[in-house]
Design a protein. Structure first.
Length: 62
């Protein structure tokens, strides 16, 4: 849902989020490893950072 609502739509020239709230969606802040109090949360956030980095590298390659 977040992906859809924060993706630019050619028919409107903006994201659905921007259409509803009037401003662009906030960016996802980077996670500083080891700052979560719960180890499982830390693991999830580190995994998210790895996936985002992989996506960025794949976009550059494309």
């Amino acid at each position: 849902e977040w992906s859809y609502n924060t993706s630019l739509h050619s028919s409107t020239g903006m994201t659905p989020y921007e259409g509803v709230y009037g401003f662009p969606p906030p960016s996802i802040p980077r996670y500083e490893g080891g700052t979560a109090e719960d180890d499982s949360v830390d693991c999830e956030l580190r995994t998210r950072e790895e996936v985002l980095e992989s996506l960025k590298q794949n976009i550059v390659k494309a």
